[in-house]
Design a protein around this ligand. Sequence first.
Ligand code: SAM
Length: 282
Amino acid sequence: MIRQKSFENEMPTLYLVPTPIGNLHEMTPRAIEVLRSVDVIACEDTRTSGRLLKHFDIKNRLIAYQMHNEESSSLGILNLLEQGNDVALISDAGYPLINDPGQTVVSLVSEKGFNVVPLSGCNAMLNGLVASGLVAQPFIFVGFLPQKEGEALKTMRMYQDYPMTMVFYEAPHRITRFMSQALEVFGNRKCCISRELTKLHEEFIRGTIEEVLEVCDTLKGEMVVVIEGKSFDKEKDVDYGTILMMVNELMEEGLSKKDAIKDVANKTGVPKNRVKDMVFKD
Ligand code: SAM
């Protein structure tokens, strides 16, 4: 066990400093003060962070800390701390570690007894969650799914029975595929896409997955996707027999089996694959 009283010891400190995800006015006075006071600032991309630091007239030494060489970058930071330097870690935007580099160095230096002090501030996940209109607690942050289609679907399926609100990051060129997979895995739940948070073109698109899917092709910019968790109450009310009866009724009305399954999934909130399993089991 290691207890850290952040401001009651002489050990050097690694500060985790969030930086704006869009609007530069969200840089806090404390973040500026810490970045000015440390000996070294470690960042993902020296050119990107160089521009930010210039804007705030921060002239400290900048070094690179990158995801693809976290091991060696972490040892470099450990070395700086061992020599008595305070170091600040920043990422291109938002919080370090949140879908950004930093995990390795935080684990390493905290195990070695150095202070790790986080500052409060910018982060796309929390903005997306609190403005989504969906239940904010409990929630799970998933971040990016794997890029390959099959892997993404497999990962999404891990969360299909989770009752908590889920928060994902996704790139604009994959958002339609993402939402189509979400419809398949979760059924037609409520969701919200938050786009360009804190920027001029900030937008929130709230609705059911099907509704939101209709506009996905047109969406640009950075985005956070929030999807409601599985509602057990809903499922409790809709048992196996009811599902079969609803599908049969729709087929009698002339719908194909495929369309009937889709319709029942939408009406009940039971994922399409589950309805399909029930129908084909029969
Ligand atoms: N560290 C960042 C944080 O704390 O939010 C996340 C970095 S991750 C590499 C970048 C992703 O975060 C984007 O692709 C997008 O999904 C999300 N993101 C970052 N800024 C955003 C913004 N202004 N609006 C919406 N999503 C944003």
